[in-house]
Design a binder for this molecule. Structure first.
Ligand SMILES: *Cc1c(COP(=O)(O)O)cnc(C)c1O
Length: 370
């Protein structure tokens, strides 16, 4: 049984995000077998709908696994051992690309970006000119740990003129921040189910351009479960190489229908509007916005001097029914993050920020009385 408290809890974290009731309901139906016309039809419709959200004509592959599986797939299928890859490192998730590159024998060339800032595309351009051996550029659309939005359109203009593949981690940003995969020349787009796509965790997605597909031929990195060739073959008759996460795919079709009904452009617009509202409300509380290039997916604000950010998040979650995210890595205890993607409503945000204001006041009072 769910406690009253858990029921009321407002989830404002950047994944998992709230799952709408109609999506939960279709996932509560009895399980079906995946090698049936019934499932194939659902998978086909979900894949077609995914392409619309990705804004691509390229195939989009669905894998059972968290978002990181598609990140790993983008490394192991499209590189050779020893390849140089340019990693834009401006946060915790960006560091994962560096870790993945090391794990599979690539040579990461790292551009360190201050954590509150977006990468300057000119720095990428200069690096690619200096080093024509670079085979790919790895960057986040929204770097969820810092709430920074990178200018993928500008980066795409640069990589399109080179041999380098543009790999974009849009695990949080897809379906919240504008992303025109084809028009902007993104070769590999990575997404996950538990963020703006309003599903439980467990699915990851990867779209593959022609330029990227070409690169697959020479890839000599060991792989098995995440071998895109197998998924490519499967997609020909709406099949998966391994048992798909049937229930989540059924939920996916339902959540994508909701996005399609609203229209993806309107969804972007709504997230941008909520993001502006969130920043405005936080500033009214006297808080400073952390990111210099704020995203429409999530907003980060600095925790006031003398307040323990970890404690703040804990009090709000355990005593007041509002779950925010704190900071990760070097930002632990220093920032709070509030999401405005997916099924999160303006009322949720409003309630969350009002509870935040109240809790901050209480903590300041306690600090004074000590
Ligand atoms: C959440 C997130 C990830 C990690 O995804 P998992 O589903 O936890 O594997 C990677 N990159 C970004 C930008 C994210 O927001």
């Amino acid at each position: 049984m769910m406690s009253e408290k858990a029921k009321q809890n407002i989830l404002l974290t950047p994944g998992p995000t709230p799952v709408p009731e109609d999506v939960r309901r279709v996932m509560a139906e009895p399980i079906i077998h995946h090698r049936t016309p019934q499932y194939r039809k659902i998978f086909e419709a979900a894949t077609a709908s995914l392409q619309k959200v990705f804004r691509t004509k390229n195939p989009v592959y669905t894998m059972a696994g968290s978002g990181t599986s598609a990140m790993e797939a983008s490394i192991v299928n499209f590189h050779q051992i020893g390849d140089e890859t340019l990693v834009v490192e401006g946060g915790k998730f960006a560091e994962r690309f560096t870790d993945l590159a090391h794990a599979f024998g690539l040579k990461p060339v790292v551009i360190k970006v201050p954590w509150s800032e977006a990468v300057d595309p000119k720095v990428i351009e200069a690096e690619l000119q200096k080093n024509p051996n670079i085979q790919s550029v790895c960057v986040q659309l929204c770097e969820t740990s810092t709430a920074v939005l990178n200018d993928i359109e500008a980066i795409g203009k640069i990589t399109s003129k080179t041999q380098a593949l543009l790999i974009v981690d849009a695990i949080s940003g897809l379906g919240a921040d504008k992303l025109e995969s084809d028009a902007w020349g993104v070769d590999l787009v990575i997404a996950g189910s538990q963020k703006a796509l309003m599903l439980p965790p467990g699915l990851s997605f990867l779209s593959v351009s022609e330029k990227a597909k070409d690169r697959m031929k020479g890839s000599n990195i060991p792989k098995f479960y995440l071998d895109i060739k197998l998924y490519e073959k499967g997609l020909k008759d709406w099949d998966s190489p391994f048992t798909p996460a049937v229930t989540l795919v059924i939920g996916l079709l339902e959540s994508l229908r909701k996005i399609e009904k609203a229209g993806i452009e309107n969804v972007w617009k709504r997230c941008t509007e909520y993001a502006a509202f969130t920043r405005e409300q936080l500033q009214k509380l006297g808080l400073q916005i952390y990111s210099k290039a704020p995203s429409s997916t999530v907003t980060a604000a600095r925790v006031p001097e003398g307040i323990d950010g970890g404690k703040l998040v804990k009090i709000m979650r355990d005593e007041k029914g509002v779950t925010l995210a704190g900071g990760q890595g070097s930002l632990k205890g220093k920032i709070i993050r509030i999401c405005h993607m997916g099924a999160i409503t303006k009322e949720d945000i409003q309630k969350g920020i009002s509870v935040l204001g109240e809790t901050l006041e209480e903590m300041k009072m306690t600090a004074k009385s000590k």
